[in-house]
Design a binder for this molecule. Structure first.
Ligand code: ATR
Length: 275
């Protein structure tokens, strides 16, 4: 019998995770199955228990269950605790361990695939919702010189910045601040990451054209479409990346947690790009 895995969400039909994990399994010659499962909105925990009873080894978790997945687990990794959310569950008998591979996936895509080391850089993180929180701890661990968190709602940016400042990973050499988009006027960044959901509605963010420093990498965590943020960055000379690499890298990190084998991501990113 092959080891069984799945991705749980609602909706879930759009998920590309099965294609990615099947490619990893083939490449690393691991014998496993990976399917999409639509969990009812009011029955996430029951769905997980049912999968454990059926012998599944783990699941990925997507919208809207990442917070519930975190609280359901018996133990949580540091990066899951920092995010307050989990995208990966590992089943060991009845025991559930939670992790969050989103931030590691983002940092790996930026540093390894795009070849932009974050250490010592001025980094701007746009957004202070779940997607931004999910990547905060690995971003700090990458040791930028400056991390500015800008958000439409100031309170959320300030709360995230003070959480970051208090984090044990955050060394005293990293300056972390929170602000509104308007406060960015006159500041420049080497890496600008869009973690807002504004792109979903094709909404532009009210950020100044001058935030993109010379040689800036502008990264949108969304994929599959050119967002107004990406268009603005491109028009202002930035190098632009979408979140497809992050999607594949967070999956590779989950695959590693489950299987103890790290797949090659480059060919899978290329395959996904060509789909
Ligand atoms: P996600 O899990 O995608 O992060 P979320 O937790 O609802 O979803 O957070 C959405 C983020 O996108 C927030 O930072 C939100 O800003 P607010 O905190 O002010 O709500 C941001 N966002 C969504 N739509 C936006 C828009 N049209 N303009 C600017 N920011 C937007």
């Amino acid at each position: 019998m092959v080891d069984k895995y799945a991705v749980l969400g609602n909706p879930i039909a759009h998920s590309k995770s099965p294609v990615i994990h099947e490619a990893f399994a083939k490449q690393t010659q691991q014998s496993l199955s990976y399917e999409r499962i639509l969990a009812p909105l009011d029955a996430f925990a029951a769905t997980v228990q049912d999968l454990i009873a059926k012998g599944y080894k783990g699941v990925n978790v997507t919208v809207p269950f990442k917070f519930e997945a975190y609280t359901l687990a018996h133990e949580q990794s540091v990066r899951a605790s920092s995010a307050g959310a989990a995208n990966t569950l590992i089943f060991d008998g009845q025991k559930i361990a939670a992790d969050n591979t989103d931030g590691a996936g983002l940092v790996r895509d930026i540093e390894q695939n795009l070849e932009v080391p974050l250490s010592g850089k001025r980094v701007l993180l746009l957004g202070a919702g779940g997607a931004a929180e999910g990547v905060l701890q690995p971003m700090l661990a990458a040791n930028p010189a400056l991390l500015v968190i800008a958000n439409r709602t100031l309170d959320k940016a300030l709360a995230m910045a003070s959480k970051a400042a208090a984090s044990t990973i955050s060394s005293s050499s990293i300056t972390v601040t929170g602000c509104t988009f308007k406060d960015l006027q006159g500041q420049q960044f080497d890496v600008v990451i869009n973690a807002t959901s504004a792109g979903l509605t094709d909404t532009a963010l009210p950020i100044s054209d001058t935030v993109f420093a010379d040689g800036c990498l502008a990264y949108d965590m969304m994929y599959g479409r050119e967002t107004p943020f990406m268009a603005q960055a491109r028009a202002n000379g930035a190098r632009v990346a979408d979140g497809l690499g992050m999607l594949v890298e967070q999956a590779a990190e989950a695959f590693y947690l489950w299987r103890g084998v790290r797949p090659q991501t480059r060919p899978v990113i290329e395959m996904m790009r060509a789909l």
